[in-house]
Design a protein. Sequence first.
Length: 243
Amino acid sequence: MSDTSSPVPAERSALVLFSGGQDSATCLAWALQHHDRVETVGFDYGQRHHVELQARDRVREGMAAGFPDWGQRLGEDFVVDLTGYGAIAESALTADRAIEMEASGLPSTFVPGRNLVFLTVASALAYRRGHGVLVGGMCETDYSGYPDCRRETIDAMQSALGLGLDTALSIATPLMHLDKAQTWALAEQLGGRALTALIEEDSHTCYRGERGARHAWGYGCGTCPACELRARGHAAWTAALPA
């Protein structure tokens, strides 16, 4: 992979950590609305819900086709193989384990250091591709207690990466203080019903990777923590819509 020289200033150029889920899809729309040049990066860390990686292409294609202005700003996509990391950071997301609370007080879906690893790898790509902004869907309002989702953690990473790369690099987290209903509302604000319909149909959040049953909020098992959170947020958002 070579360096890229872009006519767009680094502070107007964003790299989105894009998993294919609801949150990262909303963040991608946010980045396309607020930046002149946007690329995406995904990570294959051996997650059980590998179908999420397949959803990435559908969401990207849907945004480019449905929103021509965004399509002109949407650039390349990259997928990084981190299966070695996923093997040593085993959790219920990477191994056949029950989804439950552990003695540590964290759920078994916690992947140690996941966002730290993702941000470090993404920063190297951003450096080479000329991006001055990383965009991630971390949130400390509706989350499972993951310590690497807190803005305090993100601020520390932003400082460390800026020092380590000797360049200005900001980490934007547009969902940090939103609950899931507000995240749905943000998507509607950014792209109207066309965008929320795209997220419902094509994004994937279910920890078990199920794409069988179609619910009002999208596809999923309906019982894992990710599905329950997405469903509750969708119900609260739709209940607040004008009649």
